[in-house]
Design a protein around this ligand. Structure first.
Ligand SMILES: Nc1ncnc2c1ncn2[C@@H]1O[C@H](COP(=O)(O)OP(=O)(O)OP(=O)(O)O)[C@@H](O)[C@H]1O
Ligand SMILES: [Mg+2]
Length: 344
């Protein structure tokens, strides 16, 4: 207890704060302090949901909810309740095994000579005629070899990084690795060896509820929390916003958090981290690498702009696609020494 600056006795600073908050509330509603106290008493008796959002914003500093304490011994009702709960819930050992993370068993990708050729029927317009003449192109259909003779071998925990200039075929190549994807009608894909894996892409999340709720409902609140933290999205404000309200970089990370929790064996990630700042990109790349290795997935990751995070991702192999030429396979070290060092 201390003597308050106003001269009153017996009011501690915290109580003074509550007093002021309730006084402001009464002034806003133009009611007496006693009436305000009565309103507050009734609201507390009803429960927290009785408060409107506005009331909650004003009165939350005044209301202290009771903190549940565990008091021994249990009464009859509590004892029966806990015994029933123990029977209904799995034992700690079982819970541990069901909570363990997804892991991929024995996934192999073995494709020989994957080639993708595009045919394009040129519309007869004034400008196309001029361009065809100028470049000596004949016929009404143009053919282009987008991907030429790529042989891919990958197994659990491998990260294949796909690089190449814009238009070199990175996205088309990733699409061809999804057994369920319908390839555009004018693309012809040839390869030896089948694809049996399940492929995971980034997908937008539901828009109607906050992202934490989307993931908590699909998986569990614990898993949602861990996954969002892994992509650096653990601030409260990001948790409570729906997907559409997030920035592009935040949306990208929310989609990765969702992917981390799904069960697909092979991840196909295009334009990897292209919307992220260099530091966040490094964190995401580092955590993604850890997850790929820990769960035994295989990841094909494509990006045109990647120098700032590649050391954190440390891919197993780099596939360099080259427009109009056969691709090159490099180790991460070779790629780093021969190419990255040159671009600084
Ligand atoms: N359905 C299609 N029909 C014809 N050509 C196509 C088709 N899809 C893609 N292409 C061509 O294939 C080439 C490679 O395209 P792709 O989108 O794979 O490039 P990219 O390496 O992913 O480029 P970026 O880094 O700009 O994303 C481009 O020249 C594109 O015009
Ligand atoms: Mg692309």
């Amino acid at each position: 207890m201390s003597r308050a600056p106003g001269g009153e006795f017996g009011m501690m600073s915290l109580q003074r704060k509550y007093f002021r908050a309730l006084e402001d509330y009464c002034k806003t509603l133009q009611i007496t302090f006693e009436e305000g106290l009565e309103v507050l008493r009734r609201k507390i008796e009803q429960n927290q949901d009785a408060l409107t959002t506005g009331e909650w914003a004003v009165l939350r500093s005044v209301i202290r909810n009771p903190i549940p304490y565990y008091l021994c011994p249990l009464d009859d009702y509590s004892e029966k309740y806990l015994c029933a709960a123990l029977k209904a819930l799995p034992s700690a050992e079982e819970a541990k095994t069901t909570r363990s993370e997804f892991s991929v068993k024995n996934t192999q990708i073995s494709i020989e000579n994957l080639s993708i050729r595009a045919s394009y029927r040129v519309p007869e317009t004034r400008s196309t005629k001029i361009i065809m003449d100028a470049f000596g192109l004949k016929g009404d259909t143009v053919y282009a070899d987008i991907v030429q003779n790529v042989s891919v071998k990958a197994s659990n925990g491998n990260i294949i990084f796909v690089v190449g200039t814009s238009g070199s075929g990175k996205s088309v190549f990733l699409n061809a690795l999804d057994p369920d994807k319908t390839i555009d009608g004018n693309l012809m894909v040839k390869r030896t060896g089948g694809l049996k894996h399940s492929a995971g892409w980034l997908r937008p999340l539901r828009n109607d509820v906050p992202i934490f709720e989307v993931l908590a409902e699909k998986f569990t609140p614990e898993k949602a929390f861990v996954s969002l933290s892994r992509v650096g999205l653990s601030e409260a404000l990001a948790f409570i916003k729906p997907f559409w309200m997030l920035s592009r970089g935040q949306q990208y990370r929310a989609m990765i958090a969702d992917l981390l929790l799904r069960d697909e064996e092979v991840w196909l990630l295009d334009e990897f981290c292209s919307d992220l700042d260099p530091i966040t990109a490094k964190i995401v790349a580092h955590n993604l690498r850890k997850q790929i290795i820990a769960t035994g997935r295989i990841a094909f990751i494509a990006a045109a702009n990647h120098t700032h995070y590649l050391d954190a991702l440390r891919p197993t192999k780099v596939l360099m696609l080259r427009s109009g030429d056969e691709p090159a396979w490099l180790s991460y070290k070779e790629y780093q020494n021969d190419f990255l060092d040159q671009v600084g």
